[in-house]
Design a protein. Structure first.
Length: 48
């Protein structure tokens, strides 16, 4: 199993919400059926 960084480098070390086009979660497996459980997701705004 291996993984790699597929995003471009972060130039300012901050999360820039306006730069998000999509948020994707993926999985490489030979199993025919996979179930994701994602909990307690929240968008948080930070004041500058």
């Amino acid at each position: 199993m291996s993984w790699g960084a597929w995003s471009k480098a972060d130039t300012n070390d901050r999360i820039d919400p306006e730069a998000f086009a999509a948020f994707k979660i993926g999985l490489n497996t030979k199993v025919a059926k996979v179930r994701y459980i994602i909990r307690d997701v929240a968008w948080v705004r930070f004041k500058p």
